[in-house]
Design a protein around this ligand. Structure first.
Ligand code: PEP
Ligand code: MG
Length: 533
């Protein structure tokens, strides 16, 4: 019996899974080389055809983000710029598998060596494309994965996630990976437990020898391989308690959030894509506390009409409930090709409002779309990464200028209340420098990483990155107190707002308005009901 091995990473999607390990990094079957270059070329064409066909089948049963990912992959497979170098290598005498691997690896290296999360995350899509075609070439596409398996390896392909039947349990444990990847996003929306950043540690046995022996605790971000009997029992108790909390939480979904002591708390949702609201009943939340707009800027810079339609859709869905849209927070971990700049230290660089003010021609397009959308609902707009009052003043001035210009053209528009994110410590330390803002929204993800000097996406400093550190809580409490004294509304839209373990401390700090990811809405309301504030 191998010794128990405990690995710690970062939770990317909360939950528990117990089951056999499935080795994502296992060596694929050997490719049988063909005699002529023409046969090699035909083999690669057939394999690309098989991979495209599999993707088309998956697209037919997918929607939203999942369909977008798959369509991106089909487009890549149909792009001569990607496949051309492989066919050229075959013409020069290489076998199909080596030619394909080499061409794709060159492409993937560009993504993976990027110092930016966003591109590293897209690298997983490229590896997925590479491996699907290799699987088709070696006819190794159908290795059976045991029901309820925990996929363990370097990273997992989005198609692997989408092909898997998660109804009998299972989970994902990655040595690398990150919480911003496509698969992490899918795992959260489908409730599949997932941990990333476990590190490259020798298991002391092959994953197959450890089959039947893994415990994935994606609530706290750990995995135990070859656990002891006592560990299995303790794990099952935690897992049952999590399931019970989740089931019980569902009963809170339809009710307004109130603490045990009778204090009302507003709970709004965080969204990114306008389609996110399709699965949410507006009656279960108090509006949208944060709509991130970076996704709109993901591939190209969106025009005014595209943005207007996206904002209007969410405003009409929310009716008279507030929708807080954040102007584009590009940069940092969210680069946008053609907009953001290459920097050594992007988290401390030209991101958020700094970039928008540096590129007013891009910012003005978003401002016009927001002013026009404002007539369709209860819009509020906020600026990300504000550090000094002058940035707020300049952004407000641009809104006023664009409003005047739209009015002169007879175009319907409305000035929304304009507020700021509190995520740079300078604002949290001296909130009185911002006495004229319409509202504050605390971005605890960034505020915590900047106060603790611990990157939000780095597993090795995850123990420092805690919103419950007294330094972070003291700042939050002081902003809440300032808001109360000046009658400036204060909410919190960082991920901590949806963490049951952090909610009591946030309420103690004086917050009464949280915005959480939709998947955490029920759990957050249940945690509020349990708090004695
Ligand atoms: C935050 O920093 O807490 C926040 C909500 O913004 P983002 O996660 O998009 O940086
Ligand atoms: Mg932020």
């Amino acid at each position: 019996m191998p010794e128990p091995l405990r690995l710690q990473g970062i939770s990317a999607s909360a939950g528990y899974a117990e089951g056999p390990l499935f080795d994502l990094d296992r060596v694929a079957a050997q490719y049988a080389s063909k005699v002529t270059a023409a046969d090699e070329k035909a083999a690669l064409e057939t394999a690309i055809g098989i991979a495209t066909g599999r993707l088309a089948t998956l697209i037919a049963t997918s929607e939203g983000d999942a369909a977008d990912i798959l369509e991106f992959q089909v487009a890549m497979l149909e792009d001569d710029a990607l496949t051309g170098p492989a066919f050229a290598a075959i013409a020069a005498g290489q076998p199909a598998d080596a030619a394909w691997r080499q061409a794709l690896d060159a492409e993937i290296a560009g993504y993976e060596t990027s110092d930016q999360d966003y591109f590293r995350a897209r690298g997983a899509d490229m590896r997925d494309i590479r491996d699907q075609v290799l699987r088709a070439l070696t006819e190794d596409g159908d290795i059976a994965v045991p029901a309820g398996a925990i996929f363990y390896g370097e990273d997992i392909a989005p198609t692997r996630f989408l092909e898997t039947d998660w109804s009998s349990g299972g989970g994902i444990a990655l040595k690398a990976g990150n919480t911003a990847s496509h698969v992490a996003m899918l795992a959260r929306s489908r409730g599949v437990p997932m941990v990333v950043g476990l590190g490259v540690v020798g298991l002391g046995a092959s994953p197959a020898d450890l089959a039947g022996a893994a415990l994935l605790d994606a609530e706290h971000g750990g995995i135990v391989l070859a656990p002891s009997k006592a560990e299995i029992e303790a794990f099952r108790r935690s897992s049952l308690s999590f399931a019970a909390r989740r089931d019980k939480a569902e009963t809170y979904l339809a009710k307004p959030a109130v603490t045990k002591a009778g204090t009302a708390v507003r709970v709004q949702v965080n969204i990114a894509d306008p389609s996110d609201v399709d699965g949410i009943d507006i009656a279960t939340c108090d509006g949208v506390g944060l709509m991130r707009t970076e996704f709109l800027f993901g591939k190209t810079l969106p025009d005014e009409e595209t943005q207007y339609r996206a904002y209007r859709k969410v405003l009409e869905w929310a009716g008279d409930k507030p929708v807080t849209i954040r102007t584009v927070d590009a940069g940092g971990d969210k680069p946008v090709p053609g907009f953001t700049v290459e920097e050594n230290n992007p988290f401390l660089g030209l991101r958020g409002i700094r970039l928008s003010l540096a590129r007013p021609q891009v910012f003005r397009v978003q401002i016009r779309a927001l002013l026009r959308a404002a007539v369709h609902g209860n819009l509020k707009v906020m600026f990300p990464m504000i550090a000094v009052a002058d940035e707020y003043a300049r952004a407000v001035a641009l809104f006023a200028e664009e409003q005047t210009a739209l009015a002169a053209r007879g175009i319907a528009q409305k000035m929304p209340p304009l507020g700021i994110m509190v995520e740079v410590p300078s604002v949290a330390i001296v909130p009185e420098a911002f006495a004229d803002v319409a509202f504050f929204s605390i971005g605890s993800n960034d505020l915590t990483q900047y106060v603790m000097a611990a990157a939000r996406d780095n597993a090795s400093v995850a123990h420092l990155n805690s919103v419950r550190h007294p330094a972070v809580l003291r700042l939050i409490a002081s902003v809440a107190a300032y808001g109360r004294a000046q009658q400036i509304p204060v909410s919190l839209c960082g991920d901590a707002g949806g963490e049951p373990t952090s909610i009591p401390a946030l309420l103690e700090a004086g917050l009464r308005d949280l915005s959480v990811v939709p998947a955490q809405l029920a759990m957050a309301k249940a945690a509020i009901a349990d708090a004695s504030v």
